[in-house]
Ligand binder design. Structure first.
Ligand code: MN
Length: 221
């Protein structure tokens, strides 16, 4: 079975896009013909990325990994960047974009950055609940899209961006300094967030403009 959370699919649909689900099991695949027929790429959340992709061995606190999905998505995102198609990365997708561009991750915030807030999903807390605030760089695309620089966001990650990859700008952080959003300044539309805007939509409209801007960029591409 290949599946993706309904909230991602619904978020794209409700913003006016046509969602197409791409199975992440195609290693060493030439994505180019498919990418030419897609208008944009949304990178969904999921497992940890195997640390070998950013030059590290696995530490004991690493979560589950999916080697086939890693290989598949790393190839897909690399080719999508070459084609400059719009990209929106969410959670794992945000970390994946960073790794494709040579950045590194904290394998576990609690172990490696103990002064950080609790960013993992606490048992019993709904996915859409606000967990912490983020401050966005005022001159970033993300601030322009969302129409502000301070937002409460949800949080369901135990890893985070450590050093940003080449060409990526850190455009949002939580109050503990954890990187919460990235973008490529000279790209038509390439941005990523560590939180889950698709899960916030059902209770909170603040992230609707992000999906509308993403679909708009896809339509213009
Ligand atoms: Mn967070």
């Amino acid at each position: 079975m290949h599946s993706v959370g309904e909230t991602y699919v619904r978020a794209v649909h409700e913003a006016g896009g046509v969602p197409v689900i791409v199975p992440p099991m195609l290693k060493d695949f030439d994505w180019h013909p498919l990418l030419l027929r897609l208008d944009a790429l949304l990178l969904s959340g999921g497992e940890d990325i195997a640390p070998l992709h950013y030059g590290e061995g696995p530490e004991s606190w690493l979560g589950g990994v999916d080697e086939e999905r890693d290989a598949s998505e790393l190839g897909l995102v690399g080719q999508a960047l070459d084609l400059q198609i719009p990209i929106l990365g969410i959670c794992r997708g945000h970390q994946l974009l960073n790794v494709v561009l040579g950045g590194t991750l904290y394998q576990d915030l609690t172990a490696q950055l103990p002064q950080a807030l609790e960013h993992a999903l606490v048992p019993g807390r709904p996915m859409e609940s606000i967990a912490h605030s983020v401050t966005i760089e005022a001159d970033s695309r993300l601030a322009g899209v969302l129409g502000g620089v301070e937002f409460g966001v949800n949080s369901a990650h135990h890893q985070s961006v450590r050093s940003p990859g080449e060409g990526l700008r850190v455009v949002a952080r939580s109050e503990d300094g954890v990187v919460e959003a990235l973008e490529i300044p000279d790209h038509p539309f390439c941005l990523s967030v560590q939180w889950h805007p698709e899960a916030m939509l059902k209770v909170n409209p603040t992230m609707e403009p992000l999906f509308r801007a993403f679909v708009q960029a896809a339509a213009e591409g």
